[in-house]
Design a protein around this ligand. Structure first.
Ligand code: UGA
Length: 448
């Protein structure tokens, strides 16, 4: 295909992946029809609204209104396009496998197209899904529909940038011509295109997320050893990451990974392996380390406060990471629930995310200052920039105790100490040593 030629594109699913993909393809000049099953969502999109927070997306949708259509009708979307992108969610089932029911619904709802079209899978799916979809298409008499795996690598909060400036584009196809057509959509993006068989394309996505999660659990364990030995994980990560074979990314120690992808995809890959008779030991450890990491903050608070019953803890940040309002699998949920179970009063503030009823018993505050007023400790759970301004005299004096547990290593321990705060980071051995003189007071409190 000539790279200037524009394709009519249909997107099934107006969630993060679908809407970002649709808006970005429209930005590249393609005619895009986005189909979703939720009437309110489609109405809102037609009226120019986006129902979740993703930097730059609302502007992109607005700027490309002429090339973006929204519909509830699967047949209308499919009839309008030759490339049909599946962007529905694939949440975990109770068994930890990916739930493909929404993918199957899209296949079931495809009309009997009388021309060649290509179904393109962007949703994250287990290896082997392409083969199954191929078989389902044959059964439905849609053997003239091609199938391509084109996994997404969009990180929330930077999804538009990731789409338009990808590290790589992965295209797995049964037929080379179908793969060529999908690869052509990304021409001009200056990114390598990895052409593969379908199973390998599916595995690339799962392996990439599992490897990123592995790096996080690895650095979190190093952080825990740093705490036990007096090293500072921030310096350690810097020194390790400068090795060009390792690189600096995903080496930020913290309260563990969350979100709609890593927890789901690590579990799905682990189950995929075990369903195929292989015990993926490393990935099991990665998942377990992450679960334990979310809970370590409790011990840090107890170290300073003794029993947490009756204490007031301010959680700063609820979203699973900064620049998103997404609460899915956020470490804040586990943390808040554990604190409440210990009998603490939990107050939370997030600049964008709303916990709603996810954690019953936690109260929401309108600002950082409101959350920390009278609190026995402030815990930074999400690395929002505004929490960098925590270390003021007003905040310190407004707290019942000026204790900061920095779950994202956002603040400088020395600056915190000189501002009169007691500081605990993650894997910052220096602060662990500084905390030692308080032992006597702590012991008294434990005896309460
Ligand atoms: C992740 C991947 O980064 C994307 O490439 C992928 O396309 C996406 O999943 C997906 O499968 O759809 P996302 O879940 O949006 O994207 O967020 P990340 O930025 O990867 O962060 C995931 C979690 O890891 C967050 O809780 C974050 O706080 C945590 N994290 C990240 C760390 O604890 N340390 C780090 O060094 C990096």
């Amino acid at each position: 295909m000539n790279r200037r030629e524009k394709e009519p594109i249909a997107i099934f699913g107006a969630g993060w992946v679908g809407l970002v993909t649709g808006a970005c393809f429209a930005e590249l000049g393609h005619e895009v029809t986005v189909r979703d099953i939720v009437p309110e969502k489609v109405e809102k999109l037609r009226a120019g609204g986006v129902s979740f927070f993703e930097p730059g997306l609302a502007e992109l949708v607005e700027r490309n209104r002429e090339r973006l259509r929204f519909t509830l009708d699967a047949a209308e979307a499919a009839q309008a396009a030759e490339l049909l992108f599946v962007c529905v969610d694939t949440p975990p089932t109770y068994s930890g496998d990916a739930d493909l029911s929404r993918v199957w619904t899209v296949i079931d709802e495809l009309p009997s197209l009388d021309r060649r079209a290509i179904l393109v899978m962007k949703s994250t799916v287990p290896v082997g899904t392409g083969e199954k979809v191929r078989a389902a298409l044959e059964t439905r008499g849609l053997s003239h529909i091609g199938y391509v795996s084109n996994p997404e690598f969009l990180a929330e909060g930077g999804a538009v940038r990731d789409f338009l400036n990808p590290d790589r584009v992965v295209v797995g196809a049964f037929a080379d011509a179908d793969g060529d057509r999908v690869a052509a959509l990304y021409e001009g993006m200056n990114a390598p295109v990895v052409r593969a068989d379908i199973a390998s394309a599916e595995m690339i996505k799962l392996a990439a997320n599992a490897f990123l999660a592995t790096r996080i659990s690895f650095i979190n364990e190093i952080a825990n050893v740093c705490e036990a030995t007096g090293a500072d994980v921030v310096r350690v990560a810097e020194g390790v990451g400068l090795d060009h074979r390792l690189g600096p990314h995903f080496l930020r120690a913290g309260v563990g990974y969350g979100g709609s992808c890593f927890p789901k995809d690590t579990s799905a890959l682990k189950q995929l392996a075990s369903n195929s008779g292989y015990h993926f030991q490393l990935l099991s450890a990665v998942i377990e380390v992450n679960e334990l990491q979310k809970r370590r903050v409790i011990k840090k608070l107890e170290k300073h406060l003794g029993r947490l019953r009756g204490k007031t803890i301010a959680l700063l940040g609820l979203a699973f990471k900064a620049n998103t309002d997404d609460m899915r699998e956020a470490p804040s949920i586990v943390l808040a629930s554990r604190l409440l179970a210990e009998g603490a009063h939990v107050r939370a503030y997030d600049p964008v995310a709303d916990a709603g009823d996810i954690v019953r018993g936690m109260s929401s505050c309108e600002s950082m200052a409101d959350a920390v007023r009278g609190a026995d400790a402030a815990v930074i759970v999400t690395e929002w920039d505004e929490f960098r301004s925590l270390l003021t005299d007003e905040i310190r004096d407004s707290m019942s105790r000026p204790l900061v547990v920095d779950g994202r290593n956002l603040l400088d321990p020395e600056a915190a100490a000189s501002a009169g705060f007691t500081y605990e980071g993650i894997g910052r051995g220096v602060s662990a040593l500084e905390a030692l003189p308080e032992t006597a007071e702590r012991d008294t409190e434990f005896a309460e």
